[in-house]
Write a protein that binds this ligand. Structure first.
Ligand SMILES: Nc1ncnc2c1ncn2[C@@H]1O[C@H](COP(=O)(O)OP(=O)(O)OP(=O)(O)O)[C@@H](O)[C@H]1O
Ligand SMILES: [Mg+2]
Length: 621
């Protein structure tokens, strides 16, 4: 069947094509590959409606030719007609529903895959400005809402439209006058539905926004459960949640209130129509303008025509809800991906790792969709210039918030610098495709993230080839984590986090280091890799890092001078500017921030040592 192969082809559709000014156009593109399937589904519904309204003809014949003249012989035939029509209507509706469900499943499956892929490709700046809870809601419940749009709501709409119009046509054939009188209410109720409809769209939008807020809050609190406990802020968080929840309740009530007003009004309008038409038809029958059979058939058709209109409002409401969801998902689809493979030149096979910053400045992009690229945020980096030769170790020191992480995030092009140039092996960074660039750069982040998968999977995460057990162990040994892994319940197969073992900060960091060792990058960025650990672990990590840094251009961000004293060059950063630069010896020899910090740190450490010493000596033997 042609439409089935079409459906299969449609799975590869790049959903970017659904970008369109008009919503109808974009939804139509959205079902690309499933269009014939869906049209057949709609057609089946229309034929089912035809079968249903054909009942009127059977009833009329039955009344006029069988019932009133007392024609026993034709009763079985009439019975067969009834049965046949009922069976046909049922079967067609069932088939239509099946095809619609198939379309909906296919479309949403494709949507889910696309969204997952798309979210992985959106730039850092996008994730900075979006809340995780919101994104999760959009890619789960909003997607489900879109499934229902195709599987239920649009089908419902077409069922109503085809049923009412078929019934109208059938009624017209009985008596045009009766048909017109009975249809008066339809434009009125459609008008009322539309009025309420647009109102509901607004209040439902508010409701959904609040729902997203609440889910973000919930998620943050589950994530940050430890922080909440540690600061004893449970009451505060609960109160905050209750406040937001109350707003949600209120907005939910508004939606309910809407329904409470809408349905009775709708029923009143429709009931008056039914009563009015029935009386009018009765008058025509008594008056002899129509036969008794026509009257009976008419009352049946009246129900078929007016009845579905009652649900028009609800379908409108549902479609509105789905369209809100659709818009929310569309907003993600419309975001531009980070062009991972765009570039002017390929990275050299043998990268030397020569990095040069020339007067680099940077401002975080402020995330609004209307004004991409513009920012009113204060600049984070100003006039940064330095040169890192291949294999050198460059240390970066500076108070918190001085821009160390931001500076290093420019190198893998996580963010785009806003001024100056960064050169890698003599070419500007922007000439290289991001994907290739990132394969050559290893980052051990300030707070390394491990997946809830086995330690083995976490360690091999950055490699794109089959890795032997020996290599994994070698990397773990170099990162000084092998022994600790062996102590874990299932060794390298131990699952990290949630359902598995919780790793300490230092262990996490060393797993991240092993991961980077295995990745084997030419350029290495270590963001405060020893901040989360005690001194003996720090020593272990520093040893691990020394193994890692060999033959690589390395950037080390550190707060402790002791861990960077051996660097080839130290950059001291303050408020986004390099205020001092040189080797440890040079910097200690000149007055400035570095020497102050150095003296402070050594005197604190000396004091600490003395304290420990005296405490130990004071202990009775
Ligand atoms: N994603 C972001 N969006 C907007 N501003 C940011 C973002 N990340 C950091 N900043 C701002 O940029 C400045 C520098 O932050 P950065 O994280 O680079 O500091 P840092 O030197 O690494 O500090 P720390 O030592 O605490 O890690 C800060 O003022 C911070 O508020
Ligand atoms: Mg930082």
């Amino acid at each position: 069947m042609a439409f089935l192969t079409g459906a299969l082809r449609g799975q590869d559709l790049n959903l970017h094509v659904i970008r369109a000014r008009s919503r109808v156009r974009s939804i139509w593109r959205f079902v690309h590959g499933y269009r014939s399937l869906y049209l057949v589904a709609l057609l089946l519904l229309a034929v089912a409606a035809l079968a249903r309204s054909s009942f009127a003809w059977v009833i009329k014949t039955f009344t006029d030719d069988v019932l009133l003249p007392g024609n026993y012989d034709r009763i079985p035939l009439m019975g067969l007609y009834f049965l046949g029509l009922a069976a046909a209507a049922g079967l067609l509706t069932f088939l239509g529903g099946r095809l619609a469900a198939q379309t909906a499943e296919g479309v949403t499956r494709r949507l889910r895959v696309f969204l997952y892929d798309h979210l992985q490709h959106l730039p850092f700046a996008y994730h900075d400005r979006m809340q995780t809870g919101d994104l999760i809601q959009r890619s789960s419940s909003d997607v489900e809402e879109i499934r229902r749009l195709f599987a239920e709501h649009l089908m419902g709409l077409s069922r109503i439209v085809s049923m009412s119009s078929m019934a109208f046509v059938a009624m017209w054939q009985l008596s045009p006058r009766l048909a017109l009188v009975s249809a008066i209410v339809i434009p009125i109720s459609v008008g009322v539905s539309f009025g309420f409809w647009s109102y509901l769209a607004r209040i439902y939008d508010l409701f959904q926004d609040q729902e997203a807020r609440l889910s973000s809050l919930l998620q943050e609190n589950i994530y940050g459960a430890r922080v909440v406990r540690a600061f004893a802020r449970e009451q505060y968080e609960i109160a905050k949640f209750e406040r937001e929840n109350a707003i949600l309740l209120n907005r939910g009530r508004n939606v309910v209130r809407f329904h409470n007003v809408f349905w009775p009004s709708m029923d009143l309008i429709l009931a008056s129509q039914m009563v009015g038409s029935t009386l009018f038809g009765a008058w025509m029958a008594i008056d002899g303008q129509i036969s008794m059979g026509t009257y009976v058939a008419f009352t049946g058709l009246l129900g078929l025509m007016v009845g579905p209109v009652r649900h028009l409002g609800r379908i409108f409401a549902f479609i509105t809800q789905s369209l809100v969801s659709y818009e929310r998902v569309l907003a993600i689809i419309n975001e531009d991906r980070e062009p991972l493979d765009a570039g002017l030149v390929d990275m050299p096979q043998e990268l030397a790792g020569d990095v040069r910053f020339e007067d680099v400045s940077f401002i975080y992009p402020e995330g609004t969709q209307d004004r991409p690229g513009e920012s009113t945020l204060p600049g984070v980096l100003h006039g940064i210039s330095f040169h890192a030769e291949p294999g050198q170790v460059i240390a970066i020191l500076g108070p918190t918030g001085s821009g160390k992480t931001s500076m290093m995030n420019l190198l893998p092009r996580f963010y785009a610098y806003t001024g100056g140039r960064i050169l890698l092996d003599g070419r500007e960074l922007t000439e290289y495709p991001r994907r290739q660039l990132r394969r050559h750069i290893g980052v051990v982040q300030q707070e390394p993230f491990l997946f809830s998968r086995s330690i083995r999977e976490n360690i091999t995460y950055g490699t794109f080839r089959k890795v032997s057990e020996a290599e994994i162990v070698a990397a773990a040994e170099a990162a000084n984590i092998h022994e600790s892994i062996l102590d874990m319940p299932r060794g390298y197969d131990t699952v990290v986090g949630e359902q598995g073992v919780t790793l300490s900060g230092g262990q996490r960091q060393r797993v991240a280091i092993a991961r980077t060792i295995l990745k084997d990058p030419r350029i290495l960025i270590l963001d405060d890799a020893t901040s989360a650990v005690d001194t003996s672990t720090e020593k272990a990590i520093r040893e691990a890092l020394r193994n890692l840094m060999r033959n690589r251009t390395t950037f080390v961000i550190a707060h402790r001078i002791s861990s960077i004293a051996s660097a080839d060059r130290i950059l001291v950063l303050d408020q986004g500017r390099i205020v001092q630069t040189g080797t440890h010896e040079e910097l200690v020899a000149q007055a400035g921030t570095y020497r102050d910090v150095f003296r402070l740190q050594t005197s604190i450490e000396a004091e600490l040592q003395a304290d420990i010493q005296s405490t130990l000596e004071a202990q009775p033997a």
